[in-house]
Design a binder for this molecule. Structure first.
Ligand code: AMP
Length: 559
């Protein structure tokens, strides 16, 4: 059994180098030597995760829980700890500094115990399995005993891991290469296996156990969601046609992406974050069963909210539907959803993702009545495509998605085969990283939000704007509760939170500004919707914001 300390030491080394190759080498030599049953945990922990993606349980260890463990260990009060946490770069650093300053009390164990990788995983499992009234207290007890086994560096790692922010500059792409190198498998094969399974930790185990052969034999499994294929932003139809010459343009519906799986009369619906939302969507399940009967199929589509005339409603309605956890039948009546399919990934055991788009679409059209399909038209002239865009907008949709006719379906990839064209002033999906308590009427809420974009190279978040506009009172209330759960720092006014909630933000202009470290600031930012369906990793990148800034500047120069 491998000591946890070794993993912590590895993470330290990874964070010390900026070289991709060195990072890959460090990780690959470590996992190569690791026993098979520890590989999975090591891969997850290094990527800042606690449980594999398919596990529906959550640890929900928030700042409050960590703070109370810290209080218990150090005997310090809130004020003393806040002083340290304010200066820390994150909760992990804060934990370490606090343990350095105050001699920690530890739970005593019957035998001298050393923390191992497996032991940490078993604590995580116990915490994730807690249910019921006293679970908060039990969770804190478990955390106290876990942290009691850890030294300062291990505690730092644990606190970072539990809040999902490793800050060691190791993302999934590098991990894929490290797995490839460790087990002498082409990186392409590892990437493909991860795409198909959506769980890199499982692929690492399979690679160790069965090498390239094991990965080659991976197939889509019904009821195990794959990551959805994504589209790149395009500025205009002209740009898309220049790239693709001829393409299929589909309506872009503004709803929730759903990957539908069906087999033997059982149907499940998964979001783009791969969560199973079947329970909340009885109407969609009925529609899918009407479309495919009891056939075995995996299909991709979008569900939108519709009014009594069948016209699409804004995204907020869909998100309201998904938030409801009780009286689902009633809310399905109040806000009916409708499924529109645009792709098929597997039918009767035959995998279709390596077939070209036009064949998959043709098959879908042969199998399914037109009323269930996202409208599509193959265009090669700008005029044709513009007319189709106008039609989409007139019918209340968001824009178009252009798809390369001979492209295969690449799960999880945002590439040059699908382009989205949104003519209305683009909005940005940004992440809330901090909030301030409001004034006056808003004093009871966290109502002023710091909005951040992601650095695609380091994965860190940089603030680009602040807003208190766009939410209803009820939404402020809910947002406040959620942010408090995500907080890792609170000085009574400013609350810093784990980047987790994605919001769609409208703005008038991007400005250069020294106000934030990013060097950019949004003018008149306002929240348009809360994107429950998106992860912070899918948020706008700082690199893209810079591009938009430059373009906007060019445009202005011309007027
Ligand atoms: P965005 O959310 O702006 O990144 O745009 C990509 C999303 O558009 C996808 O994840 C889908 O949820 C949605 N979408 C709507 N219509 C389509 C379509 N015809 N093809 C693919 N994605 C679509």
């Amino acid at each position: 059994m491998t000591d946890f300390k070794e993993l912590v030491e590895l993470a330290r080394k990874i964070s010390m180098t900026t070289s991709r190759n060195e990072k890959i080498e460090l990780v690959s030599s470590f996992i190569k030597e690791l026993p098979e049953d520890e590989v999975r945990h090591a891969v997850l922990f290094l990527l800042g995760r606690t449980l594999p993606p398919g596990d529906e349980r959550h640890l929900d260890v928030n700042w409050r829980a960590l703070l109370s463990v810290l209080k218990r260990m150090t005997g310090a009060d809130n004020e003393q700890l806040f002083k340290i946490l304010v200066q820390a770069v994150d909760i992990g650093d804060g934990f370490k500094k606090a343990l350095e300053k105050f001699e920690p009390k530890r739970q005593s164990f019957l035998f001298e115990q050393k923390l191992t990788i497996k032991e940490v995983s078993s604590y995580y499992n116990k915490i994730a399995s807690l249910r019921g009234a006293k679970s908060r207290k039990y969770k804190e007890d478990l955390l106290f005993s876990l942290f009691s086994l850890a030294d300062k560096d291990e505690a730092e790692f644990l606190a970072r891991n539990l809040t999902g922010e490793m800050r060691i500059g190791l993302h999934e792409g590098l991990m894929e290469e490290a797995i490839a190198k460790a087990f002498q498998i082409p990186a392409r094969l590892v990437r493909r296996a991860v795409m198909l399974r959506g769980d890199i930790s499982e692929i690492a185990v399979l690679a160790k156990r069965g090498g390239a052969k094991a990965l080659e034999s991976i197939r889509i499994e019904v009821f195990r969601p794959l990551k959805p294929m994504l589209a790149t932003d395009a500025d205009s139809i002209e740009e898309v046609l220049r790239e693709l010459k001829r393409a299929s343009f589909e309506f872009k519906l503004d709803g929730i992406r759903l990957q539908m799986h069906a087999k033997g009369g059982r149907i499940r619906a998964f979001t783009r974050r791969l969560s199973d939302v079947t329970q909340s969507l009885p109407d969609i399940v009925d529609q899918f069963s009407e479309i495919f009967g009891s056939r075995e199929v995996v299909a991709d589509g979008e569900a939108i909210a519709i009014d009594p005339e069948g016209r699409p409603l804004p995204f907020q309605f869909v998100s309201r539907r998904l938030r409801r956890k009780s009286d689902i039948a009633r809310s399905a009546k109040e806000i009916p959803l409708r499924l529109f399919l645009f792709d098929i990934l597997q039918i009767d055991g035959k995998m279709l993702i390596d077939e070209p788009y036009f064949r998959r679409r043709k098959l879908l059209e042969d199998l399914v009545d037109e009323e269930w399909l996202v409208p599509a038209r193959v265009c090669e002239s700008e005029e044709e495509a513009s007319n189709f865009l106008k039609e989409a907008l007139d019918r209340g949709h968001e824009g178009l998605i252009a798809k390369k006719l001979d492209s295969i379906y690449t799960p999880g990839v945002r590439g040059k085969n699908w382009f989205k064209i949104k003519p209305v002033l683009a909005t940005l999906d940004l992440v809330i990283v901090a909030a301030e308590r409001g004034y006056g009427r808003r004093h009871k809420w966290l109502s002023d939000y710091y909005l951040a974009a992601r650095d695609e190279e380091t994965g860190e978040f940089y603030v680009v704007g602040k807003t208190f506009k766009g939410l209803t009172d009820q939404e402020f209330e809910l947002m406040t509760q959620r942010l408090k759960e995500l907080a890792y720092y609170d000085d009574g006014h400013l609350v810093k939170v784990k980047p987790s909630i994605v919001v769609e933000v409208a703005f008038n202009e991007i400005q250069k500004s020294p106000k934030y470290e990013s060097g950019l600031a949004l003018r008149f930012a306002r929240i348009v919707s809360i994107r429950e369906d998106k992860t912070p990793e899918e948020a706008e990148t700082i690199q893209n914001l810079r591009r938009i800034y430059e373009k906007q500047f060019l445009h202005k120069g011309k007027i």
